[in-house]
Design a protein around this ligand. Structure first.
Ligand code: SF4
Length: 371
């Protein structure tokens, strides 16, 4: 069953020094064309299903002017949605009162804001254009209209000290938002920081920062490896991904998972504007489905429901050798019919998850049943 729709708006006023996302500089004329083509893409592929969530991400959707945003919301009215969650991503500097009123008018009920840090020196390094004072001003403004607000916090930024992070966390706690997403800085190829040969921070410092975040945000529900929410504000849209459920992705560089087909749209804007949408699509095999159930599902702190897994795959999860091995090694634990990564091993989650790759689950399950 299709649960969600993701819409990619790839336009940004400035390009951040670490950014590897699918984005281009904002250009009003190109945005107008883009919205026309986005409508065509939705008309072509959307089959009228009722979905629970819509997420408008980017790029910087809030970089669009009010009339472009209004046009976008009209296009999205075509999607039948019960609006369990309707999110738009914003940058601090492009949030205005007019836009907030517009968001409210069109049913947006969650605002996700890229803050990264409130340290003005580090913001400059990241080429973000806001400053600490603006963050306080704008969040105050957003809170007058929206209760469900996410903030993106970045850590492990070169030259960031543990005290800098502590200060960021204190500021963020004082903002009292409903959801916080945390990311350690990744130096992706083809970014400004990568080209300048900037180095990662020391591993021990990275680990200390990770622990500090978990400690400081302990009043929030740590429900996914990088995500913290007040009770009831866990992101319904992102849970679609972690539960390995199906969703549409529309827009430049978007990905989707529909009718057992995973697809990636082109990241080439010229091609996209000519109506060439999908770059790659493939049928999801049984093995890939099981693999994704593990790799995405173990991102959730609660882990994977054993009952649900057994019902879906007609196989006892606890009979899989890889599961037995990871339990024996003290990396996984079973609790209340859920299997999850042990809390003290979450930091090495990637080392655990890669072990679920390239396993012939189909043969294993068949052989096991024969025995
Ligand atoms: S605002 Fe977001 S998408 Fe745009 S350049 Fe910065 S990180 Fe990338």
């Amino acid at each position: 069953m299709i649960k969600s729709v993701y819409i990619h708006i790839p336009f940004c006023d400035d390009i951040c020094s670490y950014c590897d996302f699918c984005k281009v500089y904002y250009n009003s004329k190109i945005v107008d064309n883009y919205l026309e083509v986005l409508k065509k893409e939705i008309d072509k592929y959307y089959n009228g299903e009722v979905v629970n969530t819509i997420y408008i991400g980017g790029g910087t959707p809030s970089a669009l002017n009010s009339s472009q945003l209004e046009k976008l919301f009209h296009i999205l009215k075509k999607i039948k949605c019960n609006y369990d969650e309707y999110t738009i991503e914003c940058n601090i500097e492009s949030i205005t009162l007019d836009k907030l009123i517009l968001f409210k008018k069109y049913g947006i009920n969650r605002i996700s804001i890229g803050i990264q840090t409130l340290n003005d020196k580090l913001l400059k390094f990241l080429n973000r254009k806001h400053n600490k004072n603006e963050v306080f001003e704008k969040i105050k403004m957003v809170k007058k209209y929206f209760r469900n607000i996410n903030i993106d916090l970045m850590y492990a930024i070169p030259n960031q000290t543990i005290d800098d992070l502590k200060q960021d966390l204190e500021y963020i706690l004082s903002l009292d938002v409903s959801h916080i997403s945390t990311y350690s800085l990744i130096l992706e190829k083809h970014t400004k920081l990568y080209n300048e040969r900037i180095r990662y921070i020391d591993e021990d410092l990275d680990f200390a920062m990770y622990n500090l975040i978990n400690k400081k945000l302990h009043h929030y529900n740590h429900y996914e490896i990088s995500n913290f929410a007040k009770k009831g504000y866990e992101s319904k849209h992102n849970l679609t991904y972690w539960n390995n459920q199906e969703y549409y992705g529309f827009g430049l560089g978007a990905s989707g998972y529909i009718n057992n087909i995973r697809y990636d749209n082109t990241r080439n804007l010229t091609k996209y504007l000519k109506g060439y949408f999908r770059k790659e699509e493939h049928l999801v095999t049984f093995n890939e489905k099981v693999e994704n159930t593990f790799i995405l599902g173990f991102r959730k702190i609660s882990g994977i429901s054993i009952i649900q897994f057994n019902r879906q795959y007609h196989f006892d999860l606890l009979n899989l050798d890889i599961i037995k091995k990871l339990i024996l090694e003290n990396n996984l634990i079973v609790e209340n019919n859920y299997i999850k990564i042990k809390p003290d091993k979450l930091y090495i989650e990637n080392d655990i998850l890669w072990q679920f790759l390239d396993i012939d689950y189909k043969s294993l399950m068949l052989n096991c049943k024969k025995k």
